[in-house]
Design a protein around this ligand. Structure first.
Ligand code: RTP
Ligand code: MG
Length: 139
């Protein structure tokens, strides 16, 4: 799996704002194949574990409360060079800095509420996919 898969979440802001379909269209149009997908709602414990790398950061509490505010779409995406190409497709963390046409530029609300997650390495893509999906749920 390493190298050609990444993990994404459509975050609660984008779900609340009705952007699930548009974001999935952008993902497909960019050449990513969806190999796993679910609509789910993170518990506080889930969000704290998923974003544990940020647990010392000042925005951690805000991040956990945002990510647990409503349902999310979790998915595993397949494409050559998936991690890097997906990070390019979503754009910078802060939508104000994101390039024109990127998912965050189009659909994110703010630095904290930025519409989508994308894994930042092949190693984390594997860990994050396994956090949300069993082997039988990835096709
Ligand atoms: P993500 O992990 O969600 O794909 O985002 P990222 O790599 O672009 O950014 P990262 O540094 O990993 O931060 C994770 C998420 O924390 C929220 N954040 N808030 N208020 C703030 O200063 C701040 N900084 C980051 C964002 O939701 C960011 O996506
Ligand atoms: Mg990150």
């Amino acid at each position: 799996m390493t190298g050609n898969r990444t993990f994404t979440m459509i975050k609660p802001d984008a779900v609340e704002n009705g952007h699930i379909g548009a974001i999935l269209d952008k993902i497909s149009a960019a050449g990513f194949k969806i190999v796993a997908m679910k609509f789910t709602h993170l518990s506080k414990r889930d969000a704290e574990a998923f974003y544990a790398v940020h647990n010392e950061r000042p925005f951690f509490g805000e991040l956990v409360s945002f990510m647990t505010r409503g349902p999310i779409v979790a998915a595993v995406l397949e494409k050559d060079n998936a991690v890097e190409d997906f990070r390019a497709l979503i754009g910078a963390t802060n939508p104000a800095d994101a390039a024109e046409g990127t998912i965050r530029k189009l659909y994110a609300t703010s630095l904290g509420e930025n519409a989508v997650h994308g894994s930042d390495s092949d190693e984390n893509a594997v860990i994050e996919s396994a956090f949300h999906f069993s082997g039988r749920e990835i096709f």
